[in-house]
Design a protein around this ligand. Sequence first.
Ligand SMILES: [Ca+2]
Ligand SMILES: [Ca+2]
Length: 221
Amino acid sequence: MDQTMNPNRPYIQRMLILLILSSLVRGASLQRTTSSAPRLVLSGWVPNACTLVVCGSSETRPKGEEGDQELESLKTQIRDLETELEGLKAAITKTQRVLLPPNGVMVGERIFKTDGSRGDYDAARETCSRLGGALAFPRNAAENSALQKIVTWHNRRAVLGINDMATEGRFENLNGDAIAYSNWARGEPNNLGNEDCVEMHEDGKWHDRGCTLEWLVICEF
Ligand SMILES: [Ca+2]
Ligand SMILES: [Ca+2]
């Protein structure tokens, strides 16, 4: 995939690593045995990974005050990680605000972006596939709003990655799954003259249309 289409990926990867580290440290617990010698037990859990248990040996186990110092050190590390995480979040927000418009919008982990090209339904699918993405379609109101912004910025209606070619009236995504979210305009879909594709208007509303019109191509990554 063209790296310019997803400028935030290094930040996202780094954030995920930090989140895992943070959850590991948060999962740490200091347990003391009933004997006079305290024992430090660090445990954390990561999906699809082994449980991590670190136990102090009898010779090196920390004494009470020493264990408290280690716990304070862990808390400090957590605070440092959280500070760095907040910085990364701010950097992502800034990157999104500065670099994506007027061609792209990020919603959660998903990026909607146009390369400015135009085409009918088949051409749009091919373009997005070539770019390493898929023809975009909104799964909720936030994603619909993101696509609407791009349509408005480019002043050009866009074709969505859904259709009812297989079964009239059953709109499905490119995987063949029936859509769970829709934002039809009043009176749509009406299949007027056999309309099996969907275009988004500047108001964010959907209209079923013939599949050979020329639309703005918006892909999702
Ligand atoms: Ca139809
Ligand atoms: Ca229609």
